[in-house]
Design a binder for this molecule. Structure first.
Ligand code: HEM
Length: 246
């Protein structure tokens, strides 16, 4: 397995403790026996701002035009008032974790899992930290160095593996499976798939990051995409992004 922890936004110089660096990401590439690979791309916020690519584009355009001279109510004010999922993400607290190893990560988009008897169920991935959840206050986060999360991870790995329980939260009948803004209630059952153990840093972090290109639709037999339209969109834009990064 190769795991990439990240700050939000993709801005290469964003400090790990900045408000805009949350939610942080955890992307996992499984190198399969016999070749091939499969990915899980998750972040630390349960639920996405919008359900479709068209709405995401409209949100980003509204953000881009939201200068301090924009007349009130701004395009962004109007967008948020009309999209409760986006309002929830913008206004929810997104504290900086004490460590990449002390917050849970959520796959957000649903997949269809088929068992050996051919029974299909919808579910969403979650990665639950063995070390529990621990967050910083805004003041503590502001006092941290630019790369403190990645540095802390190196210190932690020198003492032993960093573990996460990989679980799938199962949908109940009627839970939306094609809308990433619709968070399923916490009381839905979870199925544990295994324990993911991060054991060390790659030799050349910069080169490894440039070579990696995650794809939430790189799947294995028995796991299929749901009708969530973000999945196809993510596959397409991640590949454009990777080409530009290379
Ligand atoms: C409209 C929907 C979305 C768009 C347009 C979008 C766009 C992107 C792009 C362009 C990248 C860079 C990929 C690369 O350069 O390799 C990226 C990375 C990422 N996205 Fe999204 N994304 C979307 C939805 C989501 C959702 C729902 C999640 C939450 C699970 C998410 C989590 C991440 C993470 C964690 C990364 C970093 C992966 C890495 O470590 O390389 N994204 N996204």
């Amino acid at each position: 397995m190769t795991v990439r922890f990240s700050d939000s936004t993709g801005l290469p110089d964003v400090p790990d403790g900045a408000a805009g660096a949350s939610p942080h990401g955890m992307a996992v590439r499984f190198h399969l026996p016999g070749g091939g690979s499969t990915d899980i791309v998750s972040n630390a916020f349960n639920g996405f701002a919008v359900a479709t690519g068209e709405d995401f584009l409209a949100l980003l355009q509204a953000v881009a035009r939201n200068g301090k001279d924009a007349p009130k109510p701004t395009e962004l004010d109007r967008f948020l008032a009309a999209h409760t999922g986006a309002m929830r993400v913008v206004t929810a607290p997104k504290p900086t974790p004490a460590s990449f190893a002390t917050e849970p990560y959520f796959g957000v988009n649903a997949f269809m899992f088929t068992n050996a008897e051919g029974k299909a169920s919808y579910g969403r991935y979650q990665l639950r930290p063995d070390a529990g959840s621990r967050f910083l206050t805004a003041d503590e986060a502001a006092g941290k160095s630019t790369d403190f999360l990645i540095d802390e991870l190196g210190d932690r790995l020198a003492k032993g593996p960093v573990k996460f329980r990989l679980v799938v939260q199962m949908a109940a009948a009627g839970d939306p499976v094609d809308d990433a803004t619709a968070v399923w209630p916490d009381d839905r059952p979870v199925v544990e798939l295994g324990v993911l153990s991060v054991t060390g840093k790659v030799a050349d972090n910069d080169a490894a990051q440039r070579a990696l290109g995650f794809d939430p639709l790189r799947l294995v037999d028995g796991i299929e995409a749901s009708d969530d339209p973000l999945l196809e969109l993510r596959r397409s834009v991640y590949s454009v992004s990777r080409r530009r990064r290379k």
